[in-house]
Design a protein around this ligand. Structure first.
Ligand code: SAM
Length: 247
């Protein structure tokens, strides 16, 4: 439910739109049944359905639920816009694994056409994919999907992170695992901390981009000796991170 519709004070909730349709038409919900309601941000509760109307479900809160499915560290996945529907895969799988936010961006070798007019609709679709994946994964929060960033804007974001890593297949010094371990030892992966993980497009980052990223505060990291497809790299990075933090 939208946060403004399910605030910390609501004792009764009104479910409308797609969620009401899903409950009534797909789940065949009936009065008296209990379901979990989340505002995707800071509240999750068990609610009992009290009324079913056309396109609208009314329910009362039975019990507050602890939000235990979220990782302590917040991981932002910055993904250079990939071709076709790969961004959808990144968002869907990344949400299941535990990413907190998705930041699509443009880099020198991004090949996909960027159309500002179609931008809002596309972001809306991606946000819906994040919502559905979060529900499927029983997440407490729905990851935010941002509008497309420029390369310069992405570089600025490194400053907002406690650790910022840029995945570079030609990196032969720093592996992701020791970078994660060092960040954990420095207290950068605990509650309230933020990690930014950047992945390049199909053609990879240029050497110049890696230099610029490092100057902006990113650390170039390798995900291993094998070259991963762009849509695989974020999944591997997220999995390694949560494996190491035990989440
Ligand atoms: N065009 C490059 C090549 O053929 O060598 C490969 C680019 S790869 C398909 C796309 C992105 O995935 C890269 O920009 C990087 O961010 C990430 N990536 C893939 N494999 C990686 C690895 N082994 N280590 C670090 N990053 C990797």
């Amino acid at each position: 439910l939208p946060p403004e519709q399910f605030t910390s004070a609501s004792a009764v909730v009104t479910i409308e739109g797609d969620d009401a349709h899903h409950l009534q038409r797909v789940m065949r919900a009936e009065v008296g049944e209990q379901v979990i309601c989340s505002n995707g941000v800071d509240r999750e509760a068990l609610v009992r359905i009290t009324q079913l109307e056309k396109g609208c479900v009314i329910a009362e809160v039975v019990e507050e639920l602890a939000m235990t499915a979220e990782a302590a560290v917040e991981v932002w996945v910055a993904q250079s816009l990939p071709k076709g529907d790969k961004m959808e895969t990144v968002i869907q799988k990344g949400t299941e694994i535990g990413a907190a936010r998705f930041l699509p961006f443009l880099s020198e070798r991004t090949v996909v056409q960027y159309d500002a007019k179609k931008e809002a609709k596309r972001t809306e679709r991606w946000q819906k994919i994040a919502k559905e994946a979060a529900e499927q994964a029983h997440r407490n929060r729905v990851p935010q999907v941002d509008a497309v960033y420029t390369w310069k804007q992405l570089l600025q974001l490194a400053k907002e992170a406690d650790a910022a890593w840029i995945c570079y297949e030609k990196e032969d010094g720093q592996q992701l695992r020791p970078a994660i371990q060092a960040a954990a030892a420095a207290g950068k992966l605990g509650s309230g901390k933020r990690v930014l993980l950047a992945v390049g497009p199909e053609g990879g980052f240029t050497e110049q981009e890696i230099e610029q990223a490092e100057a902006a505060g990113f650390r170039s990291v390798s995900l291993g000796a094998r070259i991963l497809r762009t849509e695989t790299a974020a999944m591997v990075g997220l999995t390694c991170l949560f494996y190491e933090t035990g989440e």
